[in-house]
Structure formats: structure tokens, C-alpha cells
Write a protein of this length. Structure first.
Length: 184
């Protein structure tokens, strides 16, 4: 008769290694889910509203108005128009100090959108996707969260708003996307 005492140590080592590999895979999936959730945040926080107000004031201080800023800075602000609808997208994150004289870096501004949300929502509903190609998914979700009546005055005419997209970087390499808007 043989004793089976030596086989328990090998079994235990295999079970521990399989469990550790499984837990490692679960942890990496969980951290990925947290990063994705953080990057899809569409709620407006109080500090972002204030930062958007500061962005608007800085643009007005250096350029007179937001519309003057987006029209005069054609190197970083691109005009997209179709069917009488026009909007500007200003990529601040990739701008050099020669291209933009407004100090926006401390506010972590990534992009500035100058558009009418009511017109954009009508585009989404009518499936005219060509005007939406330059907007990222988080911005489209934010515009949808503004609702159908945003961007329209009491008389029914549309007006422009400035949407500021913030990209907050964290020390672990992850980031958070936040939006805030203001009528201009």
C-alpha cells in the first residue's frame, strides 16, 4: 500500500496559482471598467461651471467675444457647416502657445465647441450623421443630456452655446472627461 501524503502539496500549489491568476484577471477587468466609467461622465459639476465661466471671461478679455475667438483662430478652430447649420470645434489641447494666447492650460480645457444644441439634436434625430463625425461620443451624449429645448429662445429661434470639454489627468495615467456649457 502506498501513502498519498506528498500529493497534497502539489495540489495546493496548483490551486493557489490558478486562483491568483484568476484574481489578477478580475482586477485588471475591474480597473478597466472604472477607467471607462470615469471617462464617460456627463454630469456638470460646480467647479466645471465656474471653470466654463472663467473660460468665457478669458476669451472675451482677449478677443472681445467667444464668436470672435473661434472665427479669428482658424488654425485651431475648425468650421463645420451643412444645410445652413454651422458649428466650430476648437482643439485647445494640441494648440501651441503661438496659436493661442488665452491662458487655458491650468483649467485643463481639451476642446471648445461653439454650436446650437437644438440644431445638433435635430441632426441626431434626422440621421444626418455627416455633421456629427467630428464630435466625440462623450460630447454627443452631453448634448443629448441638455435636452431638446436647449439652444432655443422663447421666440423659438436658436442661439449658440459654448461647450467646454475638460480632460482631467490623474497620476495613475487615467483621465476623466467632463463637459460644461454656457450660453454666449
Amino acid at each position: 500500500m502506498r501513502k498519498k501524503n506528498g500529493f497534497v502539496l502539489v495540489e495546493t500549489a496548483i490551486v493557489v496559482s490558478v486562483l491568483s491568476i484568476t484574481l489578477l484577471m478580475l482586477y485588471s477587468s475591474y480597473s478597466h471598467i472604472l477607467r471607462v466609467t470615469r471617462s464617460r461622465n456627463t454630469y456638470v459639476h460646480t467647479d466645471n461651471i465656474y471653470s466654463t465661466y472663467l473660460v468665457k471671461k478669458q476669451l472675451e478679455k482677449y478677443n472681445g467675444s467667444v464668436s470672435n475667438f473661434v472665427v479669428s483662430n482658424s488654425s485651431i478652430c475648425k468650421l463645420y457647416s451643412d444645410s445652413g447649420i454651422s458649428e466650430y470645434v476648437c482643439d485647445i489641447a494640441n494648440a501651441t502657445s503661438e496659436q493661442i494666447t488665452v491662458p487655458l492650460a491650468p483649467l485643463e480645457v481639451d476642446k471648445i465647441y461653439y454650436l446650437s444644441p437644438a440644431e445638433i439634436l435635430n441632426l441626431i434625430e434626422s440621421s444626418k450623421e455627416n455633421m456629427l463625425m467630428h464630435l466625440d461620443a462623450t460630447t454627443i451624449d452631453y448634448v443629448k443630456s441638455l435636452g431638446n429645448t436647449s439652444g432655443k429662445s422663447d421666440t423659438g429661434s436658436t442661439y449658440k452655446i459654448m461647450i467646454v470639454k475638460y480632460k482631467k489627468q490623474y497620476s495613475d495615467g487615467s483621465y476623466e472627461i467632463l463637459h460644461s456649457s454656457m450660453e454666449v
